[in-house]
Design a protein around this ligand. Structure first.
Ligand SMILES: N[C@@H](CCC(=O)N[C@@H](CS)C(=O)NCC(=O)O)C(=O)O
Length: 117
């Protein structure tokens, strides 16, 4: 019983520390930047998409994700706009210009790192 009490105490303390910890570190959700001009076409289980998603997480960037398997309109959009059914594809929206459709995980990661880091 004493053991259970200690454990409960430790959990409570850990929870309190977590809830009252200062915000703003690199990995805290509060530091995530939402970028509205970017959209990532992807699907779950695609390893190249996972690489891009990992870098987004690393950079603390949140963007709109469009899964082409769970929504056929996203798939149609990708083929119409980008020219082929391949994920990942990063859609870059620019004011007064056509959208850019960037394929290839390495090119997407290079873009994210060089423009947003
Ligand atoms: N070299 C590409 C490979 C991308 C790739 O092969 N993607 C697969 C999914 S993992 C794909 O879109 N295949 C076409 C399809 O599913 O219709 C990259 O690095 O992004």
């Amino acid at each position: 019983m004493k053991y259970t009490g200690n454990l409960l105490e430790r959990w409570t303390r850990a929870l309190q520390e977590f809830l009252t910890a200062p915000q703003g570190s690199e990995t805290s959700p509060a530091s995530l930047r939402q970028l509205d001009d970017l959209v990532l076409y992807h699907y779950r289980g695609c390893p190249f998409c996972a690489r891009v998603e990992r870098v987004l997480g690393e950079l603390g960037i949140r963007i709109e994700m469009r899964n082409i398997l769970s929504d056929k309109s996203h798939e149609a959009e990708l083929i119409r706009g980008g020219g082929k059914r391949q994920v990942p594809c990063l859609r870059i929206r620019r004011e007064n210009q056509d959208d850019e459709w960037l394929y290839e995980s390495t090119a997407i990661i290079r873009y994210l790192r060089s423009h947003l880091d």
